[in-house]
Write a protein of this length. Sequence first.
Length: 389
Amino acid sequence: MSILNYLLLGLIFCLAPAAVLWLCRRFPLLDKIGPIMILYGLGILLGNIGWHPAEMPIAQEIATSATIPLAIPMMLFACRFTLGEASLQLRVCISGFLSVFLAVVVGYVLFGKHLSEGAEIGGIMSGMYTGGMVNAAALQAIFKVEEQAYVIMCSYDIVVSFLYLVFLVSVGYKLFRRIYGERSQKTLSDNDRAELERQIAEQSRNPYEGLWSKQGVKELGKIVGVTLILVAIAALSTLPFSSEWFMVVFILVLSTLGVVASFFKPVRELKRSFDIGMYLIYIFSIAMASMADFSQLNLSEGLNQIAFLLVAVFGSTLLHALLCKIMRVDADSMVASSVAFINSPPFVPMMVVAMKNKQVLIVGLGAGIVGYALGNHFGVLMSTLLNFL
């Protein structure tokens, strides 16, 4: 029975994302909700229906602890930095990180201090709102935040981030254009134009199509091989440190190695690396969400947590808009980069289409790439700072 339960749980965690992705491609409404939100819902349902085999905690631990170290470098392999927009990307990144820093500090002082692991939650938010879910998951592994608190935070984040995106797509970008008094009109270099066309083409394809073909399996082998080498190097780098520092050093070194590897052409040309890494995040999402026990939900902590999130998301957006205005960043570039920070880069194309301005796609994705690369380091620094407040 033990082996059968492990097999069943493994199949649920590994195959549920594939089923959800298929449904999202088939039904536009589900696609708008997003795979991660659906998988969190399924995970919460799985964890609260009363089926708790003895093997579940071990299966959950394996699924959550194994996926993140593999996903981090895979997603960073796809990093592409363009020199043509370097000045603009630098300004939006400085503004983005500074606005998240200020908003999280204010949110922590007002609400985060009342949470049992407030400083660590603040660190996770800092990484999540400059990078994405992969950074949040990596920081959860570093801080070892209690699983239920993390899942509830992510569940609230999904709702708040969804409301934020609805605001921007419906009236937000028009409001910022009016406040800024302009919309961006750029003349792209040949290299940036080619990159723009490549990114647009990427959005229309099924990233997992042909994965099990001969060529796809060969590429998958290369991605896994390079990733395992970097994981081994990162693990070896932790040897001089004590055991309590293992995860901190391991994740930060692994993130750095992933960025360094992205500058090598053979690694950068592994086209499916980001999507395979994202699939691992989907597995992590349903496995982590299944750990939540809503019968133990603390209402007062929940109210403080959602207030902390609201300040972090909408406070950082207002600060980002103000700082971008001061730094002479156009309205559309500000909005695209804000979506990359708060919702993560995969949502940037949707925002760009809504604004009818594909020229800011590169700036938005570039900001998200920087967030992926630095989010873990930033989150650790923020948690350390918040512990002193």
